[in-house]
Design a binder for this molecule. Structure first.
Ligand code: SR1
Ligand code: MG
Length: 402
């Protein structure tokens, strides 16, 4: 019988006290539940006298955002802690340190990153992060290459894949990203002024074909170990440092899904500039910064992934340059298609983004939402025709111009 139960704040303190080397022996600990995500409890445990702290994160057996009517496997906590350990090995310094994991209690004790900001909020506050493109492309290239058939022993990969079977969390993505936004589903949630835009999505055969192809890739293409939910709420940031958190959606899937998630969230923020920028000229500058970041991420990812392949490739059959070029072109196309799907879902689906939802004026919000939908739909429809990141930049620019 399992001992699992949701932790209280005093229990989070007890667990924190059992971790060696963090707190001073004397000095009271204080615990606060700070989880503001959709799924988990997050306790911040600190020792005011020493200024030391850590995080105790615990999965709930249901989706917090909906309630107990939506049960979710606790195994996602094991998946998250194991993914963090793999990511720490492959991309050192780019994820929080894991101090302890208890799979039965579905909890992970990890480094507190309160010195950083959640990137979504950082962007909303007008922050710029000049090192981000380099950091995230390094994270993406190293974690994805070294867990793919290009960069790891192919039999060991099959065994590792068995530890990352994540059906409940994949089902969330399959439904909320690749299905519900394209039909009149109960889970959808959108402002009344978007009903006409939603109906267009539900009746667009060209879009439905591309979404079905992307969904098929998500269901079947076990290319590498993905983070699985790499939006700007899963990234802690400062101008100097980037830490990727929350890989509870990790599973073996198509590489472009992670890259597309980063693109999508930068582009959602691009669309939200209708409100957050103070005037036309700062809006233009901010948008150029965001598009420049997208471009830098792709360029740097492409260079790093190819360099890893040339230096550490394990597969003789994968050596031809023409194969590498073809593979990278397909990764770009997938990234663009998945980015589009991830934008559309954040406007009409269940889970939205603060960048856009926090725009107080309904007219301005509608404009931002329509820019996001226009970019999202165009990325989806054009993904298989794309051969350069410039195409994404053009699509975003022309959607913003209207
Ligand atoms: C029911 S969970 C809704 C969303 O939150 C997570 O961050 C994922 O993006 C998921 O789709
Ligand atoms: Mg999350």
């Amino acid at each position: 019988m399992s001992n699992y139960h949701p932790l209280t704040e005093p229990e989070a303190i007890q667990i924190a006290q059992s971790i060696p080397g963090i707190f001073e022996p004397q000095g009271e600990l204080v615990s606060r539940e700070i989880g503001d995500g959709n799924l988990n409890l997050v306790f911040h445990v600190s020792q005011p006298s020493s200024g030391r702290s850590l995080i105790v994160k615990q999965a709930l057996p249901y989706a917090k955002v909906v309630g107990e009517s939506w049960p979710l496997s606790l195994d996602r906590a094991r998946i998250e802690s194991e993914a963090l350990l793999i990511e720490a090995r492959l991309a050192p310094g780019l994820v929080p340190r894991v101090y302890h994991a208890d799979h039965e209690m579905a909890l992970t004790v990890m480094e507190d990153l309160s010195s950083h900001k959640i990137m979504r909020q950082g962007l909303i506050d007008g922050g710029t992060y000049p090192l981000f493109a380099g950091h995230i492309s390094e994270f993406l290239a190293r974690t994805l290459f070294f867990t793919s058939d290009l960069g790891m022993n192919q039999q060991e990969k099959k065994t590792l894949l068995g530890s990352f079977i994540n059906p409940d969390l994949c089902k969330i993505t399959e439904d909320l990203i690749f299905d519900h936004p394209y039909t009149d589903a109960d889970t959808n949630s959108f402002d009344d002024h978007l009903r006409g835009d939603a109906e267009l999505l539900w009746n667009d055969a060209e879009l439905h074909l591309e979404v079905a192809l992307l969904r098929e890739k998500f269901l079947t293409h076990a290319q590498a170990l993905l983070h699985g939910d790499l939006h700007t709420g899963s990234i802690f940031i400062t101008p100097e440092s980037t830490k990727v958190i929350d890989p509870e959606f990790a599973y073996f899937g198509p590489i472009g899904f992670d890259i597309g998630a980063v693109f999508a969230n930068l582009l959602l923020h691009f669309a939200s500039q209708e409100h957050w920028a103070s005037d036309e000229s700062s809006r233009g500058a901010r948008r150029q910064y965001l598009l420049g970041t997208v471009r830098d991420i792709w360029t740097s990812f492409d260079n790093t992934f190819r360099a890893l392949w040339d230096e550490h490739g394990v597969d003789r059959v994968a050596k031809p340059k023409a194969y590498q070029d073809d593979y990278m072109r397909r990764l770009l196309q997938d990234s663009i298609g998945f980015a589009g799907a991830k934008m559309v879902r954040r406007i009409v689906g269940l889970a939205h983004v603060a960048d856009i939802d926090r725009i107080p004026d309904a007219g301005v919000r509608a404009k931002a939402q329509r820019i996001a939908l226009a970019i999202g739909k165009s990325l989806i429809k054009n993904n298989r025709k794309t051969s350069s990141i410039d195409r994404l930049i053009d699509i975003a620019d022309s959607a913003a111009r209207g």
